[in-house]
Ligand binder design. Structure first.
Ligand SMILES: [Zn+2]
Length: 472
């Protein structure tokens, strides 16, 4: 009998990844981690809605778990930030430092998976024999081949405007299940938006006139369709391809915040701008406009709340739920922004709930770099010392941390990470991504550069609207 136990124990210990897991109780307290990313979810906008009872699921999540602000950094560009969330490392280590990069001489393309220099938490987990499913994470295309699990890249959502593209997921066996879950075509999208209570924002309904951000408005139904499609793919895969570590990501809150401040009550807006220009803006004034902007955003935060509700219902007593955003939004220079116009990188939010998490506790001092280490710890894996963050200890009971001491390894970068095959040309998908980034004002429309690059005769250029302000 003891020999059998010894052999079994040896086998368990041999499977490195599960050794830490099994050491303490035989069975881990947590056997599943769900991570949900909400781009741009902001504490100053979320908290008034919580106080007003508008977000019941998120309120419940706070009550059963831990909540805090999460520190973002500059440049506050989502692709950079989410790569830091995935790797636990600064942009100087992970190598994604802008929206685009020059792949070959003169060939400027959106960032791709192959440009990332270090491993994500799901790649580390795969190496350690733990399966994961990752959906819609920034810059995961072309999908790196993962041995344990699947990836639905951030270009899957492009299928809302391009023909079915099986290469946007890995492995190929995942594609048949998700290919028909894309919501496509304005006549189909608008009724779903209405059903979900998402406004079909119109320029003529705005309180303050639209400038450059009008373009986002025109594409808004497509951004909704992207999130809605990802949500459906997430539902499908969560159920049909169960994995110990499941991650998905939504961006509608961020996209909406880029223009929806045009819908705040005009009198209050004008007053806020005046006070700001006179240098008299107080925190109380900012709270007031935050409250009003939160009111405008209610339906979009409620869309987020329904997603949270769904995943909370999927938790059992052994699931850890981690939710965060990459930055928030702040009123600054007459707009709500997180980049150029913002005085600093506005805080995002972080929530955790699950075994060992102190109910109703406050997470202090969290940074984006802490998420990957916290996911690794939660699923019983060592944290790498070369990560720039660590475990969000404040969320956990002391007793739990005593029973499950944090394990460390120096680094997971002792082997080269695997990458997918990247195209040597600028593809149609690259162009669509660039258009998307231009629509949000993140990068310049090439036609904005006409003063700098007079190579093309003006007559050959498309009609040019006014130059957009960056990051509004
Ligand atoms: Zn973002």
């Amino acid at each position: 009998m003891w020999k059998v136990v010894a052999v079994v124990t040896a086998v368990v210990l041999a499977v490195g990844g599960w050794a830490v897991y099994s050491r303490v109780n035989g069975r881990p307290a947590i056997d599943r981690v769900i991570f949900i990313g909400f781009d741009g979810a902001s504490p100053n906008l979320l908290e008034p809605l919580l106080a007003a009872g508008k977000l019941p699921a998120i309120k419940r999540l706070m009550e059963v778990g831990a909540y805090g602000h999460i520190k973002s950094f500059r440049p506050t560009e989502s692709g950079i930030l989410w790569t830091s969330v995935a790797t636990g490392k600064t942009m100087w280590k992970h190598g994604v430092i802008d929206w685009t990069y020059v792949k070959k001489a003169g060939l400027e393309v959106p960032y791709e998976d192959s440009a990332r220099k270090v491993k994500t938490f799901w790649e580390i987990l795969s190496e350690r024999g733990i399966r994961s499913g990752t959906l819609n994470w920034w810059w995961t295309y072309p999908a790196a081949p993962i041995d344990n699990g699947y990836i639905v890249t951030d270009r899957y959502r492009l299928m809302t405007i391009i023909p079915p593209a099986p290469e946007t997921v890995y492995p190929a066996s995942v594609f048949p299940g998700v290919k028909d879950l894309i919501l496509k075509g304005k006549p189909k999208i608008l009724p779903v938006m209405e059903r979900e209570g998402i406004p079909n924002w119109k320029a003529e309904d705005a309180e303050t006139p639209f400038g450059g951000s009008r373009k986002t408005l025109d594409s808004y139904h497509l951004y909704f369709a992207q999130d809605y499609s990802v949500d459906r793919a997430s539902d499908y895969l969560f159920e049909h391809e169960p994995v110990p570590v499941f991650s998905t990501y939504f961006r509608l809150v961020d996209v909406t915040c880029h223009f929806a401040y045009h819908y705040v009550e005009r009198g209050l807006y004008d007053e806020t701008v005046r006070l700001e220009q006179e240098g008299k803006l107080t925190q109380a004034d900012i709270d007031k406009i935050d409250q009003e902007f939160a009111r405008v955003l209610t339906p979009v935060y409620q869309f987020m709340d329904r997603i949270v509700d769904k995943y909370m219902r999927r938790m059992d007593g052994r699931t850890m739920l981690i939710l965060c955003s990459d930055h928030g939004f702040m009123y600054s220079n007459g707009a709500y922004a997180h980049g150029g116009l913002a005085k600093e990188a506005p805080d995002g939010v972080v929530f955790m709930a699950g075994p060992g998490v102190t109910k109703g506790s406050r997470i202090e001092g969290a940074t984006l770099f802490d998420i990957a280490p916290t996911i690794l710890f939660s699923i019983g894996q060592p944290i790498a010392r070369d990560m720039d963050g660590g475990l969000l200890r404040g969320a956990f009971d002391d007793a739990y941390l005593k029973r499950h001491p944090v394990q460390y390894v120096p680094t997971y970068e002792t082997t080269q990470r695997k990458t997918g095959t990247s195209s040597t040309e600028k593809t149609e998908m690259d162009e669509k991504i660039l258009e998307d980034l231009q629509t949000l004002g993140y990068i310049e429309d090439p036609t904005d550069k006409e003063n700098k690059q007079p190579a093309t005769p003006p007559s050959e250029k498309p009609a040019k609207k006014q130059k957009r302000q960056k990051d509004k």
